[in-house]
Design a protein around this ligand. Structure first.
Ligand code: NAD
Length: 267
């Protein structure tokens, strides 16, 4: 039980990677606060965890709303007296957007969910962590925050912002015993990625083109990714902070040939 007695908030835990993190943290003894805009998903994950005899509670939160993020932090402090771990994981992916094509409202939404919400979570939790003598923050960035991609301008820039915000907070709050890292997954077959297939003429060919990006020969699973979050949430990683850590089956090791998003209409 590596997280016995810990209080952990996980945003975007009603599905995908956040759901896997919630299950793993609860299995390791944490009391898990599942936060998501989707109450169906959030309630389902809470029930699944409780069915296994572990602790979870669900809070419906839109992470783009300043007052809701503040309320998530304050009500957790009121109920549990502390927050040991905050995982800023909620995310939104807009497809096929070049700078000249994307609607300005879509750019703003991607940045609000992926970057501004991470800022808000950190903004409201850090004072409580400082009062408690320290804490751990883990942000879900992406390999797309490290290298640019064809036609993915809003997403890549938002995730690059998460990487730099992580480093900035490391610089500013390490002396207060706040440890913060960013996780950079490759493609993981979650709702977000499946919606990408669904929009294509030939989902199977398109899916294979994504698999082929990974030298290891497959996409990640949410459970693969959750293991890194667990490592970063424990003292096993006590000398790691301000890092953007790739977990991507080799995707970021170099560009694979035979892949061209600009021609992705053929898929
Ligand atoms: P997902 O769609 O399964 O889960 C995302 C969750 O975020 C959903 O439950 C959704 O309801 C929630 N969410 C969206 N907008 C929200 C809002 N405004 N307020 C609160 N919750 C909101 O996708 P996922 O793949 O599990 O994504 C989790 C994180 O991982 C995201 O930050 C994503 O960008 C990142 N990521 C995913 C991949 C991938 O290939 N799946 C790769 C790299 C990074």
């Amino acid at each position: 039980m590596q997280l016995e007695g810990k209080i952990a908030i996980i945003t975007g835990a009603g599905s995908g990677i956040g759901e896997a993190i919630a299950h793993l943290f609860a299995k390791e003894g944490a009391k898990v606060i599942i936060s998501d805009i989707d109450d169906k998903g959030g309630n389902r994950v809470q029930k699944d965890i409780e069915t296994r005899g572990r602790y979870a509670t669900f809070m419906k939160i839109d992470v783009t709303k300043e007052d809701e993020v503040e309320q998530m932090i304050e009500s957790t402090i009121k109920t549990y007296g502390k927050i040991d771990i905050l995982v800023n994981n909620a995310g939104y992916y807009a497809f096929n957007d070049r700078v000249t094509d994307i609607k300005i409202k879509d750019w703003d939404l991607v940045h609000a969910v992926n970057l501004r919400a991470v800022f808000l979570g950190c903004r409201f939790v850090i004072p409580h962590m400082i009062k408690a003598g320290g804490g751990i923050i883990i942000n879900t960035a992406s390999e797309s925050g490290i290298q640019a991609k064809d036609i993915l301008a809003a997403y890549t820039t938002s995730k690059a912002g998460v990487v730099m915000l992580t480093k900035q907070i490391c610089q500013d709050y390490s002396s207060e015993n706040i440890r913060i890292n960013a996780v950079c997954p490759g493609y993981v077959e979650t709702k977000m990625v499946r919606e990408g297939y669904a929009a294509k003429k030939n989902p199977e060919v398109y899916k294979q083109s994504l698999v082929d990006l990974h030298p290891i020969g497959r996409m990640g699973t949410p459970e693969d990714i959750a293991q890194l979050f667990l490592f970063l949430a424990t003292d096993n990683s006590s000398f790691i902070t301000g890092a953007a850590i790739s977990i991507d089956g080799g995707l970021s090791s170099g560009r694979r040939s035979g892949y061209n998003w600009l021609k992705s209409d053929q898929y």
